[in-house]
Design a protein around this ligand. Structure first.
Ligand SMILES: C=C(O[C@H]1C=CC=C(C(=O)O)[C@@H]1O)C(=O)O
Length: 419
């Protein structure tokens, strides 16, 4: 783990501001940070502090580093809402063995919006007062470029289908009940991609999702691993998917069949159970609805359950994300056997795809989504990105249908990169 700079206290000041325009238009050129849904959320830029980590202890070391920083911080917060005061954006690798590790970034500037309130937080980590900031809007290009080429990533499609077949055989042999297998796709664009345009397209096309950007990982996830706000815990669990057609009537019939599909209900149940069990040690009461609802997104529909709970042990949102990861929505059941099966048959490094991504504030409140429907920029090459999608596999799965489902899940990011 590296923490820099060393011992100067973090100094942060939050003030209310008038509506500065849509959050995503405020990002200046460069690697921006974002967590936005329906126009609300946080954007940040500059880097007051960065904490890199990795391995099994990546969550612990991030939690400890953030607690140390906050213990020494000097904060003047005139707004006092979740997300005001200093915040850290973070992204964690799915697997402890991934070289992608983890990162927490404390920006120098954060702009937030919630309801009728907008705020500006300025942060410094060198002991000096934060520099004043003038906000400016930057028009974004919502039209995706032409000429982007997509090619198979670590494995050709036929190989991936064979891996799904292998997973089904192992499920039938009783090794696991459910496993999530993912694949990657490479995108090569003809011009440099401006991440801010990509974010604007994702937010425009998928307003019900959380559009995020942390350290070159961008996406629009529909799945909230955990949100903690003043003691109330919420988690949106997704598992069980059907592709949308372009016909509303047909989609309604498909939604009804999804809600009755025993294969999808089984896949969903595993995911809900894994979340409820992981929250239980931290919470006084947990409310799990009896049956899921169908979440309609422009590309797919999912079985969805909103789990709510009341925090009992003072855990932070980052602690809860660590306890919940990896849920059965991205790993499987039982967790450790499914993780081993993924290592054995998936054939790629997921890096930070399917890991927690989000933010935490100085009180521990925060929002951590699962980094789905996402792409990782190549730090060496702004014309190359790695896209990811995965599918829950149970005994009743079919490799061809899973490949088609993975393609449907790639649509948001593909659509943000090509016309
Ligand atoms: C693993 C992914 O989706 C998960 C979330 C929702 C539905 C899923 C499914 O039906 O397989 C997956 O569990 C992905 O989008 O890459």
């Amino acid at each position: 783990m590296t923490t820099a700079p060393a011992l100067a206290p973090l100094i942060a000041r939050t003030v209310a501001i008038s509506d500065p325009g849509p959050l995503l238009t405020l990002l200046p050129p460069g690697p921006g940070l974002a967590w936005v849904r329906h126009g609300e959320g946080l954007v940040g830029w500059g880097e007051a502090m960065r904490v890199n980590g990795g391995g099994e202890s990546r969550f612990d070391s991030a939690t400890r580093a953030w607690a140390d920083v906050m213990a020494r911080a000097v904060v003047r917060d005139e707004v006092r809402m979740p997300g005001t005061g200093p915040v850290a954006f973070g992204s964690f690798a799915f697997s402890p063995t991934s070289p992608a590790g983890s990162v927490l970034v404390v920006p120098e500037v954060v702009v937030g919006h919630r309801g009728d309130t907008w705020w500006l937080t300025t942060i410094s980590a060198d002991g000096a007062l934060p520099a004043p900031v003038t906000l400016a809007q930057h028009e974004r290009d919502l039209r995706a470029p032409e000429g982007t080429r997509f090619t198979d990533g670590a494995r050709p499609r036929e190989d991936w289908k064979a891996a799904v077949g292998e997973a089904i055989a192992r499920i039938e042999a009783g090794e696991v009940e459910k496993v999530v297998l993912a694949r990657d796709v490479l995108a090569r664009t003809t011009d440099d991609v401006d991440p801010r345009d990509m974010l604007a397209r994702l937010a425009d096309g998928y307003p019900n999702c959380w559009t995020f950007s942390v350290d070159g990982l961008l996406g629009a996830t529909p799945e909230m691993l955990v949100k903690l706000e003043r003691g109330l815990v919420t988690s949106r669990v997704l598992a069980g998917t059907i592709r949308r057609t372009r016909n509303d009537e047909q989609d309604l019939a498909l939604a009804a069949s999804l809600a009755r599909s025993s294969k999808d209900l089984e896949e969903h149940e595993y995911a809900v159970r894994s979340v409820a069990e992981a929250l239980a040690p931290h919470c006084a009461t947990t409310n799990v609805p009896d049956s899921p609802f169908v979440l309609h997104l422009p590309n797919v529909m999912h079985l969805a359950t909103d789990v709510t709970a009341v925090l009992a042990d003072g855990a932070s949102s980052l602690d809860l994300a660590a306890a919940l990861h990896p849920s059965a929505a991205v790993c499987g059941t039982p967790t450790s056997a499914a993780a081993k099966l993924i290592e054995a048959v998936e054939g790629m490094d997921r890096a930070r795809y399917a890991g927690p991504v989000g933010w935490v504030d100085g009180t521990g409140d925060g929002e951590w989504g699962i980094a789905l429907r996402s792409a990782q920029f190549d730090p060496e090459n702004p014309r190359q990105l790695r896209l990811f999608a995965g599918c829950g596999i149970v005994a009743g799965s079919d490799p061809e249908a899973e490949l088609a489902e993975s393609e449907a899940k790639l649509l948001p990011v593909k659509g943000a990169l090509s016309r």
